[in-house]
Design a protein around this ligand. Structure first.
Ligand code: FBP
Length: 405
């Protein structure tokens, strides 16, 4: 069957070609869905009939014939786009291994039994003994911690699942903050979940302090000191989305090889979307400004003269991933999400994609964390949508009655 994959009015970078569909090489498949939004170009090759040329971050091109059809996360870090230190390459390679283990865990037929044991047997306190089944977020925490330990590159890990930062080794060059399995409350319904992480430099100037103190201060660095951040989305595809401070790039897990393959180079969030994402069962606890904004865009009476749509998965990584791809706002206006583990890493990713991360008043990355598990309102998304929302004044929800669901 013949199909034209690109029309003549497509982005000027692309050459419109008629190719065999499905393509002769199955290795091409992961790229097909990205053609319109990425910087991939296609040209005909006499040998394979189809050749892929992609322009990665920093403009470095790779060629499918020379690279076997893909650019993996390891290729990207090692030689093509990110230009990161070998220490960071080692750390990320351990993190991607952890991500694959968690992806297998959340997809396991046995996970629902684990998930029901919330609050039992984990790091935060055990009442059922060592052999008790553990909830998935605790198991995920252990997987991440093991990966960081095995990397030899991490001094301290601060995790949403640990009351205190965990000191790992004195001479690791990095500090890692993480929410090992966000959205796990949805796991029984097979709704997407995600891992979030941020990477800072180890502050050697604090080395003289007692361990507890230096562990805490290393973990409380402001988001504008992040050197890398990412999330892993466990959904219909497992995606590893990362920034090293020069663009946001997403890689999709190829289950046949175990590689994360670059599918979304240099993500650019649309400057305006038409989607808002919020738990609007809380409408009557919202301040007037937020209610007015939502009422306005719902009716198509905002700065963008079309009615907005609502999407809310209640899984932050999934809600943000959709927002990066389609634009709009992903928000939680109450003091619920954590500055250190969620807001900072995700804001770094959003800013590197051209968007904004705000607490409704200030830029997230400029905030100085004062507590490890500090919570705050979070608004992430397209620049124009966030600015319009902020123009409504009070949008932070102060009433936080501790919802059960
Ligand atoms: O209950 P709300 O306010 O809708 O919050 C839902 C949010 O909480 C989360 O489940 C995170 O909560 P936890 O950090 O307690 O796991 C997000 O994934 C989701 O976006």
């Amino acid at each position: 069957m013949q199909a034209s994959i690109l029309s003549s009015n497509s982005i000027s970078n692309f050459c419109a070609k008629t190719v065999d569909f499905p393509p002769p090489s199955p290795t091409f498949v992961p790229f097909l869905g990205r053609v319109a939004s990425s910087k991939l170009r296609f040209s005909m090759s006499s040998a394979t009939g189809l050749r892929t040329v992609a322009v990665a971050a920093g403009g470095a091109a790779f060629d499918s014939e020379q690279d076997g059809g893909f650019q993996t996360l390891m290729d990207f870090m090692g030689k093509r786009g990110a230009n990161v230190s070998s220490d960071l390459v080692i750390l990320i390679s351990h993190l991607q291994y952890a991500a694959k283990r968690i992806a297998a865990l959340v997809a396991s037929p046995f996970n629902s039994e684990l998930g029901k044991q919330k609050g039992v047997g984990g790091t935060l306190g055990s009442t059922a003994g060592r052999d008790a089944p553990k909830p998935l977020d605790i198991v995920s925490n252990e997987i991440i911690l093991a990966a960081l330990q095995n990397s030899g590159k991490v001094t301290v890990m601060a995790s949403e699942e640990e009351a205190e930062p965990v000191w790992i080794t004195d001479d690791g060059p990095f500090v890692v903050v993480t929410d090992p399995l966000d959205g796990s409350r949805n796991i029984d319904a097979s709704i997407p979940t995600g891992t979030i992480f941020g990477i800072y430099k180890h502050l050697v100037e604090l080395d003289h302090l007692p361990t507890k103190e230096k562990a805490l201060l290393n973990s409380l660095q402001s988001g504008n000191r992040l050197i890398a951040a990412g999330y892993v989305l466990y959904s219909s595809a497992t995606m590893f989305c990362i920034t090293f401070g020069s663009g946001t790039h997403a890689f999709t897990l190829d289950h046949s090889t175990g590689d994360f393959v670059l599918t979304h180079p240099s993500i650019k969030i649309p400057p305006r979307g038409q989607i808002y994402s919020v738990n609007d069962a809380r409408y009557f606890d919202w301040p007037e400004g937020l209610r007015q904004y939502i009422d306005t865009v719902r009716q198509g009476k905002g700065q963008f003269p079309k009615k907005y749509s609502a999407r809310y998965i209640c899984s932050l990584v999934a809600d943000l991933h959709r927002t990066l791809v389609y634009g709009g706002i992903a928000m939680n206006p109450r003091d619920h999400l954590r500055l250190v583990y969620e807001a900072n890493p995700l804001s770094f990713l959003v800013e590197q994609a051209g968007g904004k991360g705000s607490d409704g008043k200030s830029r997230i990355l400029s905030l100085q964390p004062v507590e490890l598990h500090q919570r705050l309102p979070l608004f992430l998304g397209s620049v124009e949508d966030i600015e319009e929302l902020e123009s409504y004044g009070e949008i932070q929800q102060k009433v936080n009655p501790g919802y059960e669901v």
